[in-house]
Design a protein around this ligand. Sequence first.
Ligand code: AP5
Ligand code: ZN
Length: 214
Amino acid sequence: MRILLIGPPGAGKGTQAVRLAAHLSIQHISTGDLFREHIAHGTELGQNAHTHIGAGLLVPDEVTIGVIKERLARPDTERGFLLDGFPRNLAQAQALDGLLADSKLRLDAVLDLELPEDQVVRRIAGRRLCRQNHEHIFHVGYSPPEVAGICDLCGGELYQREDDREATVRKRLEVYRNETAPVVDHYQAQGLVTTISAHGQVHEVLHRALDAIG
Ligand code: AP5
Ligand code: ZN
């Protein structure tokens, strides 16, 4: 199965993507996580991405599309994949359409997570991530770790993302409205989009997503 997960920053894409990918036995591919790994390893690509991420802007398309092209070429995607945070503008959507067409593959579904901005801001403000594994996501109020600052799953240190500062979040939301929202229309025209409310508890949103996939 090949699925896209779209939605504003903080809607819960990463939280849902981990669960959906495990349930469907497909690869979870997050461009944000791939960039953060590059940054942590101090690669040249990471240094370039860091400047854009810190400003709340998109990493340039040629870099992002290159990263995705390389990741999708790996054999572990043969069973399928869930893309989280890609595509984020029309140029990326067209590039993905081209990559899939070259391999004679099609998308099965595009899930569009919806959440009002005041809730998005609340979710981002309390988010804490694990340094050992970016798929270990917590929230100081909604899903706190048992011991403050320590990951329940692996004992790693929890930290707050640099781009989760208020001014950067406002910029990310603006970029989402201007550049990413049109991607939903692009896939709507292909009849692939299901809009899902991201309100409520994690398991409730997961059930909605699984129902949408069928
Ligand atoms: P990326 O890492 O993709 O960030 P994002 O899209 O802004 O999304 P977030 O990770 O902020 O939120 P999320 O929706 O995954 O929410 P989460 O599950 O963590 O991208 C970061 C940056 O990288 C971009 O700004 C850009 O610079 C660059 N980039 C990435 N992809 C790119 C691309 N394709 N092109 C160019 N640049 C790119 O949940 C948030 C919080 O809420 C957590 O604390 C969680 O515990 C909590 N939560 C989740 N669900 C619930 C619930 N149901 N109830 C209560 N709390 C919940
Ligand atoms: Zn962890």
